[in-house]
Design a protein. Structure first.
Length: 139
């Protein structure tokens, strides 16, 4: 597994944890994970960048995801799927030096296959591709 994939998976786990313990700060959650998981400093740094970015832009990210999902409200989405899309949307729209859009979407699909349901990958792909087509063309 590549370092960015590992970073995204770590960020996903922290975001998922925060859904159930929203009072835990990002840094505290990451420190808890640091004590339990072995990863390189690059992995921790990229995870931290993702988590800070998602936190900073969460309202806008959620609006973008909602706008791209015409028949699903955010409340109806599985938390795993939603957080995978938050990570990818942050990378697509707000990250400095963003990875190529198709690479971000492919990574999100692979993470969805690993952590989501049998429908997660296609659901995630559809929404992220819509975001890519509409939002990246507006930049």
């Amino acid at each position: 597994m590549g370092q960015r994939r590992e970073s995204r998976e770590m960020a996903l786990q922290v975001l998922f944890q925060q859904e159930f313990a929203p009072d835990i700060q990002i840094e505290d959650a990451l420190n808890l994970f640091r004590s339990s998981f072995d990863a390189t400093e690059d992995v921790w740094n990229y995870s931290t960048m993702i988590l800070r970015g998602v936190a900073q832009h969460k309202i806008d990210i959620d609006e973008v995801i909602q706008g791209a999902s015409s028949h699903w409200s955010l409340k109806r989405m599985a938390l795993t799927d939603l957080n995978i899309m938050r990570i990818a949307t942050f990378e697509l729209l707000y990250a400095e030096n963003p990875p190529p859009p198709l690479a971000v979407i492919d990574e999100a699909i692979e993470i969805s296959k690993k952590y989501g349901t049998t429908d997660s990958a296609s659901f995630t792909n559809g929404i992220l591709d819509q975001i890519r087509k509409t939002k990246l063309n507006q930049k």
